[in-house]
Design a protein around this ligand. Structure first.
Ligand code: NAD
Ligand code: IPM
Ligand code: MN
Length: 351
């Protein structure tokens, strides 16, 4: 079993270190190869996703990713910005299905931004498309008829792109609450009309799963009003990005939400994938030793489950994290004062 470890920028190296300690503590004999990405890779090698890093990622059974993003790089040409590393990996490796589970940990209901009785019911997974949408359409700057400079980004989805992510969502629902809520903006966007028509067609193959449609503005509202309503939320790249950060605060912190990005390639034990917290490099707290590593540790658990077929080990990690939280091991984002390494220690002690 071989994994690529790509720590990245800001808090990335600190949170990744804790996740690696947890994997190592399980003694599974996983071979790890570290490689630079993001601003760190740009500064060292002139590119946010060096060819060698991409080759190491491709040559692995799974990728553990920290975070990329560096304010020093925000004025670079877009293709050289740190964020292109994660976008490039998702695209180059056809990791089109992003699973972002959100559920409230027992005892942590009062840490949600919502009232505890509302938060307690959260147990959903956002299935976010990752290879299309306005993220990857034609973009640029131009001068309009008024002589004014304008920016543009083209939003589009091909039918096959929607079909493959819809199948992922329906299959996920079959293993959970058998409900899919497809989120779009079909009242305004043709991209969304195609999305909705396609999801309805795919749904015919899953008569055991209930499908509903919701406009994204209403979904943002319902996620706060009654998050317990949702089981599988199926949505596009942009809406999924936004709704998942929102879901994290319904749970309690962005430092708690893990993710898996999967495609069709198989490993000897499961599906090849990239695993990362949903948050970014958090430059405002980088280097302070206060970042919450739990989202990354939980991403490592998803890696073991989905790519390496190690469901028991994944559950051990998830139980240890839940146990630490239940014992009041809380980082600053959750109102406590446990540091990054201290949280790693607490999880290790409970494995
Ligand atoms: P962010 O997620 O990095 O941070 C948002 C807020 O949440 C900040 O206040 C931060 O301190 C806090 N936060 C995030 N993770 C935390 C953790 N583990 N523990 C405690 N607090 C945490 O989002 P941003 O500030 O909008 O973006 C910063 C940079 O990260 C940008 O360059 C952005 O492009 C990049 N980014 C990268 C990824 C990724 O690598 N997948 C994801 C999101 C943002
Ligand atoms: C995420 C991030 C990325 C995204 C950025 C850094 C490109 O926000 O993984 O949620 O928008 O997908
Ligand atoms: Mn995001």
């Amino acid at each position: 079993m071989k994994i690529a470890v790509l720590p990245g920028d800001g808090i990335g190296p600190d949170i990744t270190r804790e996740a690696v300690r947890v994997i190592e503590a399980l003694g599974l004999g996983i071979e790890m190869t570290w490689a630079p990405v993001g601003g760190a890779a740009y500064k060292a090698h002139g590119h946010p996703l060096p060819a060698e890093t991409l080759a190491i990622a491709r040559d692995s059974d799974a990728i553990l990713f920290g975070a990329v993003g560096d304010p020093d790089c925000d004025a670079l040409d877009r293709h050289l910005r740190p964020e292109q590393a994660i976008l490039g990996l998702r695209k180059a490796l056809t990791l089109f299905a992003n699973l972002r589970p959100a559920r409230v940990f027992a005892g942590l209901e009062s840490h949600s931004a919502l009232r505890p009785e509302i938060a307690g019911a959260i147990d959903l997974v956002i299935v976010r498309e990752l290879n299309g949408d306005v993220y990857f359409g034609e973009k640029g700057f131009r001068t309009n008829a008024m002589g004014e400079r304008e920016g543009y980004d083209v939003m589009s989805y091909a039918t096959s792109e929607v079909q493959r992510i819809a199948h992922i969502a329906f299959r996920a629902a079959q293993g959970r609450g058998r409900r899919v809520c497809s989120v779009d903006k079909a009242n305004v966007l043709e991209t969304s009309q195609l999305w909705r028509d396609t999801v309805i067609a795919v749904a015919r193959e899953y008569p055991d799963v209930a499908l509903e449609h919701m406009y994204v503005d209403n979904a943002a509202m319902q996620l706060v009003k009654n998050p317990g309503h949702f089981d599988v939320v199926l949505t596009g790249n942009l809406f999924g990005d936004i709704l998942s950060d929102q879901a994290s605060m319904c749970v309690g912190s962005i430092g708690l939400l893990a993710s898996a990005s999967l495609g069709e390639r198989q490993t000897a034990w499961g599906t090849f994938g990239l695993y990362e917290p949903i948050h970014g490099s958090a430059p405002d707290i980088a280097g302070k030793g206060v970042a919450n590593p739990m989202a990354t540790i939980l991403s490592a658990a998803m890696l073991l489950r989905h790519s390496l077929g190690l469901a028991d080990a994944a559950e051990r990690i998830e139980r240890a994290v839940a146990h630490a939280l239940g014992d009041g091991v809380l980082s600053r984002d959750l109102g406590g004062n446990a540091g990054t390494a201290e949280i790693g220690d607490a999880v290790l002690a409970r494995l």
